[in-house]
Design a protein around this ligand. Structure first.
Ligand code: DX5
Ligand code: ZN
Length: 229
């Protein structure tokens, strides 16, 4: 089982970090009913990024709901020692883990460790990191995540260089490796990210900070239609 089994060709992934945690189950249920299948779950350790975000306890509480809607939880680990957390994430119901290339001394080993736990796996890279470096490190991964902001929190603006970096990344990867973009994706920017080659489009504030998150998800999905031939 891998990304091709649970994700469609293009996915708009709600980033749970931006949710209203007092109404989390309802908000996710509304999004699932509107067609969302892949939910993005941001783990931050207060070290790799300054912020502490959410972790396995929250993951375990929503995983049965998400599974019941035939959805999956795609976990983005903004942490300094990702491998240490893989098992807890697998046990809590995470479907895949994406670690940052900046903190892996041996990406092949980190990828193999995730696989040994039955997890899908992605490699993320920050705006300062060379695209070539990330693409080379991702051999054997399901996806590569191009950060279009400095990782840390929701509600930032997509960096202008992001579409060019996505395009370069796409050109360096085999066709079966997915390209994910995270940060500043909204109604104005989503098409450019898609045209550049991203097929997994993460959106936090553009979904959860709207009055109607399900309608916002549907609107973002609509905007992708016909945007890439
Ligand atoms: C922040 C996280 C993102 C965040 C995106 O570093 O990795 O997933 O929630 O939020 P928006 O879509 O608002 O930029
Ligand atoms: Zn993220």
């Amino acid at each position: 089982m891998g990304w091709s089994d649970w994700a469609r060709d293009v996915e708009v992934e709600p980033s749970i970090y931006a949710a209203d945690f007092s109404r989390l189950g309802d908000q996710l249920g509304g999004l699932a009913a509107a067609g969302a299948r892949v939910f993005h779950f941001d783990v931050g350790d207060g070290h790799f990024i300054p912020e502490i975000t959410i972790g396995p306890i929250v993951l375990a509480s929503i995983a049965p709901l998400v599974r019941g809607w035939s959805g999956v939880l795609d976990c983005h680990l903004m942490v300094s020692e990702p491998e240490k957390h893989f098992q807890a994430i697998a046990e809590a119901g995470g479907k895949s883990v994406t670690f940052h290339v900046e903190v892996s001394d041996d990406p092949a080993r980190t990828i193999a460790r995730a696989r040994s736990l039955g997890l899908g796996v992605g490699v993320a890279f920050n705006p300062e990191t060379e695209v070539e470096h990330a693409a080379a490190a991702a051999e054997g991964a399901d996806l590569v995540l191009c950060m279009s902001i400095h990782p840390g929190y929701s509600g930032q603006k997509l960096m202008p260089e992001a579409p060019g970096r996505i395009e370069q990344l796409r050109s360096l990867l085999p066709a079966d490796v997915r390209v994910q973009v995270d940060g500043g994706i909204n109604a104005e920017t989503i098409r450019a990210a898609r045209v550049a080659g991203a097929d997994l489009l993460v959106a936090g504030s553009a979904i959860f900070w709207r009055d109607d998150p399900a309608a916002a998800h549907a609107d973002l999905t609509d905007r992708l239609e016909h945007s890439r031939g």
